[in-house]
Write a protein that binds this ligand. Sequence first.
Ligand code: NAP
Length: 319
Amino acid sequence: MEEKLFDCIILGGGPAGMSAALYAQRGNLKTAIIDSSALGGQPVNYLEIENYLGFPSIKGFELSDKFEEHIDKFKVEKFTNEEIQSVELNGEIKTVTTLNKIFKAKSVIIATGAKPQKLNIKGEEEYKGKGVSYCAVCDGAFYKDKIAVVVGGGNSALEEAIYLTRFAKKVFILHRRDEFRADRIIQARVFSNEKIEFVFDAVPVEILGENGKVTKVLCKNTKTNQTFEIITDAIFPYIGFLPNSKLFAGEILMDEKGFILTDEKMKTNIDGVFAAGDVRKTPLRQVITAVSDGAISGVFAVKYIEEKETLMKEKSMRI
Ligand code: NAP
């Protein structure tokens, strides 16, 4: 199997990973970025980003393209469609094994991001791709003049509900409380959208269908426990994200949900291993904070390698 040695390997090519790559490569580290698909990460699926400083409104995929062009300018080595099979992070040289390659590196930055949290209710798996979708931007157009239910009360749920109204004739937002946690500006937009109807204090308990397609969602009122149905063609759960950190369990310290614990320099519990972006335990998960995490991790990966090299030089001078 092909084997490659780098100063710094970055796992994950979203905003955090690409920012880390830029800082590591410009810090003179031989840097590689590995992703199981194309680079871009979650923003590729965001219709519009309005809170990335300097870009009052930009499409998610456009911002991702700009990030990638930027790291290309500094000639970061990119390995896409490389599914990571295993990692060995302890020791001076770390190993990352994909299906076709073995990567060796003196430092590793974990920027594997997060994936949508599932509802974990009956019918969710069965109707995945047949009415159950976690990406309104990808699948919204299938629901022209149809009905959709969005679950959740955060920025993602509300923004995606607004997006779905471009196609659907009606969009229900189903939320377990009677208050949204989304930004006020986004709340104002959903409240003034005539196609959106609100179902508060309720959660979905089962997704039902006919002929292989979603037809309704059975819901439960969280206050009265009464059940009721919503007739719909689609259900879009937007109830938060879970970290892509399973590969590192047992080696890297995490919280109870699997978010990686770091210090303010993005260092994990293992020497030479850093974590950045949504995979990390952090109070804010935005493109701008992921990019900031990436920068910090890249800089401290550079410092880590410099310190190691200085120590080695001093050691060899003493011999
Ligand atoms: P989030 O802010 O964590 O919101 C998750 C929502 O789902 C909450 O309203 C939560 O209800 C609800 N929920 C959680 N578990 C549930 C369950 N089992 N059943 C029913 N409802 C459940 O997640 P997000 O909206 O995906 O956002 C994630 C992060 O990305 C946030 O920091 C957000 O600000 C950011 N983001 C930003 C933008 C933007 O700025 N343009 C866009 C998208 C996302 P409770 O409120 O009751 O907890």
